[in-house]
Design a protein around this ligand. Structure first.
Ligand code: SF4
Ligand code: SF4
Length: 154
């Protein structure tokens, strides 16, 4: 059986890397025109055509900040390269589990939601975590907090 040479593997990896870079650059250019910044490293979005209200609704299309959603013959279309996985479409959709978004943060954390209430509680949890981190920056320990509090009372 012929052995695979390491140079073949390298060429394959190089081609795949340059393809990813070109795709990333194209995505950056498309998003720059919308003025919306990207916050997630990766993501996926899908719409369940069986439960979508389609032409009678189109609320998600109106809510999308990047025009990733559009009306194509008989259904909502998605331009994945324009999606920043913000969830505005999920928040505006009246059908639970119709739009499904999965996204990955730079730190590797994966989040998925398909109902407005899921996204709202996710955002609340993230904001609460950020508040705790900000407090920790000012008061790294309980003693630091007590010290500041004591000084204020004097
Ligand atoms: S998550 Fe929805 S609203 Fe946000 S960019 Fe993607 S398609 Fe548009
Ligand atoms: S908001 Fe939901 S139900 Fe309405 S068109 Fe979009 S996906 Fe369909």
């Amino acid at each position: 059986m012929p052995q695979e040479s390491s140079s073949n593997v390298d060429i394959f990896n190089l081609l795949s890397d340059s393809g990813d870079k070109a795709k990333k650059q194209q995505r950056e250019e498309l998003l720059a025109a919308t003025g919306v910044k990207e916050f997630f490293a990766e993501g996926t979005i899908s719409i369940d055509k069986r439960t979508c209200w389609g032409i009678e609704c189109k609320l998600c299309i109106k809510a999308c900040p990047t025009n990733a959603l559009y009306w194509k013959t008989g259904e909502v279309g998605i331009t994945e390269d324009l999606c920043v996985y913000c969830g505005a479409c999920v928040l505006s959709c009246m059908v639970d589990d119709c739009i499904k978004v999965k996204r990955k943060r730079e730190d590797g954390t994966t989040e998925k939601f398909s109902k407005p209430r899921d996204l709202i509680s996710l955002e609340n949890r993230i904001n609460a975590k950020k508040r705790v981190e900000r407090v920790k920056e000012v008061f790294p320990t309980a003693e630091a907090y007590c010290e500041r509090y004591k000084r204020k009372k004097q």
